[in-house]
Write a new protein. Structure first.
Length: 117
């Protein structure tokens, strides 16, 4: 299901980019893009209404698929660690020979003797 929605989402994005790039700016006619000089390429009203409706529709589909792709995986509650089983804990045993406590440092300087007069 997620794969299908992702494919629809990517296809919608590509179509949305194409639809936006084919739209004319203010003052330019869409039929001039295709080499025509009149607005009869996409009907009597020109391509402006067609591309506006297409852009609005694709933007709506894009928003819906974005929301679905955001919410759906959180509802599935799948985790990377779902199939993980922790290894059996080894019993803690004392090492055979424990290290001895460090001996007093004999190389340390002695405290200075007090001078009593």
């Amino acid at each position: 299901m997620i794969t299908f929605i992702t494919v629809v989402h990517i296809f919608t994005v590509v179509l949305l980019v194409v639809a936006v790039l084919l739209q004319s700016g203010k003052g330019a006619e869409i039929s001039a893009t295709f080499g025509g000089s009149s607005q009869t390429v996409f009907g009597s009203s020109g391509g402006q209404n067609f591309f506006q409706k297409l852009t609005y529709t694709l933007a709506g589909v894009f928003m819906c698929t974005s929301l679905i792709l955001t919410v759906l995986p959180s509802k599935l509650k799948r985790s990377v660690l779902d199939g993980y089983t922790p290894p059996a804990a080894a019993p803690a045993s004392a090492p055979a020979s424990a290290p001895a406590a460090p001996a007093a440092d004999s190389t340390a300087p002695a405290a200075p003797a007090e001078n009593k007069k």
